[in-house]
Design a protein around this ligand. Structure first.
Ligand SMILES: [Zn+2]
Length: 515
């Protein structure tokens, strides 16, 4: 049976404000997933407003509204000039008011899109709406009782609802990862899925493809969807959707496709989705406009001001890195994945390029060669940053913001390498020392006696000596066994205690043995 997969996502992102959505309680009370872990003690960041006492009045948090609007603009959404708060009524112990303040008919923003890059290239996914709401408190179930921590109650959330544009679990995962990156660049949320800052429910249904022809699309109509909950990692989003495609395909093949909307939870241990309940229709929530809060109003001027606050977003930064630093798209993506790493890379490279421009003799050098030099410098920075420096950071668990090597010293290190003042194995030692002490490379190089021997006559003497001491190998090399060059270079490096350029040694051996 030929079936098409239809996936849509509903994403909640916890907004990183100082205070809660509708009161002045601290918004940092709920940063621990369990009791006993770091964070504010349970039920201490609460007040009559977020506890839902009668007679209290909510006031919308301006910072949360702006952060929501900033995210909406980054997602290319249209901000509604007037948006309205609504009450979503349901009863649950973690919701003391008996309703959640959310937005329904008129959300903060609508009609946006986000582009991701998958293995086929760029792909754009539609955003239906972005609205603001408050979070519920948190229940802790144990054998003896259920405990409620109200610290999380009233925490600001933005909910992003996508269009049913996804056809593969992989695209859904890539979209969420890009969304997390966007939230981090905008500094509106840590968007850490494991910590519950970013929560995702995935809606999935299948529909028959009408003709078997390649590229044909499914029926126009959408079948009742299944909502999957409890997805708390990118991997589980992908795995749960893959599982659900298989399960629903089986039902279609039996002639019993899902005919009503339902909710299923993802069981990470059993690696399967488990039926929870039939989904409520929105009418069950008895939405109505919140009488205690005025509508949110935006004018053109305010939207322009927000646009002006927008930092360079990941997509634009990737393209610029590819152009400005001659990086391929994979390398550019790797750097942009962490804004601090991208910033560090740029600081290092601008220092190193400044040096190149001041010191390189540009006279008579063609533009092509000049470009190649700049590219070589970029490659050196990228290579040493992402291999050696990342390795040291991994070993110690430090981030780029915590390390002792500042961009100036790292740039100096790269320039010394570029000038072949030391070879790469000495480079590894020097970088490690820099990482431990924060010292500058030139000093370390001198202290550790790692300056590369550049004196050609000294190297020539060593080369001649080695050839004399190894007549058999020299004879074989001369007969055509050229891979022996590596053997000679190895001896040469040993003789020079590693403080030599293997390339230069190779050249000298080739010359001498070729005579
Ligand atoms: Zn409060």
């Amino acid at each position: 049976m030929n079936l098409e997969t239809i996936i849509g996502l509903e994403i909640h992102i916890q907004i990183k404000t100082k205070s809660k959505m509708f009161c002045s309680c601290s918004n940092s009370g709920e940063n621990s997933p369990r009791f006993g872990e770091a964070g504010e003690p349970a039920n201490t960041t609460v007040c009559p407003i977020c506890l839902g006492h009668p007679g209290t009045l909510p006031v919308a948090n301006k910072q949360a509204v702006e952060m929501g609007a900033l995210m909406a603009l980054a997602l290319n959404c249209e901000i509604n000039k007037t948006s309205v708060w609504a009450r979503k009524s349901y009863f649950y112990p973690d919701l003391p008011k008996g309703y959640q303040i959310s937005q329904f008919d008129l959300p903060l923003a609508v009609e946006g899109h986000l582009t991701i890059i998958n293995h086929n290239g760029e792909k754009r996914f539609g955003i239906e709406r972005l609205h603001l709401e408050e979070d519920a408190a948190k229940n802790f179930h144990s054998k003896e009782a259920t405990l409620v921590d109200y610290n999380r109650g009233g925490t600001p959330l933005m909910e992003i609802v996508t269009k049913p544009d996804f056809r593969t679990p992989e695209d859904a995962k890539l979209f969420l990862q890009e969304l997390r990156l966007l939230a981090r660049y905008l500094k509106v949320s840590e968007a850490d899925m494991e910590k519950g800052h970013l929560r995702c429910d995935a809606n999935i249904s299948l529909r028959p493809i009408l003709s078997g022809a390649e590229g044909s699309i499914g029926e126009e109509k959408l079948y009742p969807k299944t909502e999957i909950k409890n997805l708390n990692s990118f991997k589980s989003v992908e795995k749960a959707l893959t599982y659900e495609i298989k399960r629903q395909t089986g039902l279609w093949e039996l002639g019993t496709p899902p005919m009503i909307q339902s909710t299923r939870g993802w069981d990470e241990n059993k690696l399967e989705t488990v039926s929870q309940r039939d989904k409520e229709e929105s009418a069950d929530y008895r939405y109505f406009n919140e009488p205690d809060l005025p509508p949110l109003l935006f004018n053109e001027e305010e939207i322009r001001r927000l646009q002006a606050r927008m930092p360079e977003l990941p997509g634009a930064k990737r393209l610029r890195f590819e152009e400005e630093y001659q990086l391929n798209s994979v390398d550019a993506r790797m750097l942009v994945e962490d804004e601090a790493v991208a910033g560090y890379f740029e600081a290092v490279i601008s220092e190193a390029r400044e040096w190149l421009e001041e010191n390189a003799n540009t006279e008579g050098v063609s533009e092509e060669i000049w470009q190649l030099n700049r590219q070589r410098l970029s490659k050196l920075v990228f290579g040493w940053l992402t291999s050696e420096l990342f390795k040291l950071m991994n070993e110690t668990g430090l981030t780029i913001l915590d390390i002792k090597i500042n961009p100036e010293n790292f740039a100096e290190f790269i320039v010394l390498l570029y000038q072949k003042k030391f070879n790469s194995s000495a480079g590894q030692l020097i970088l490690r020392k820099m990482f431990e002490t924060g010292g500058d490379p030139e000093h370390i190089m001198e202290e550790e006696d790692l300056i590369q021997v550049d004196d050609t006559s000294e190297l020539e003497k060593a080369v001649a000596r080695i050839i004399n001491e190894n007549p058999e190998q020299a004879a074989e090399y001369k007969k055509g066994k050229t891979p022996l060059l590596k053997f000679f270079i190895g001896l040469g490096m040993k003789e020079m205690k590693g403080k030599s350029d293997p390339e230069k040694l190779g050249e000298l051996f080739r010359q001498k043995l070729g005579e």
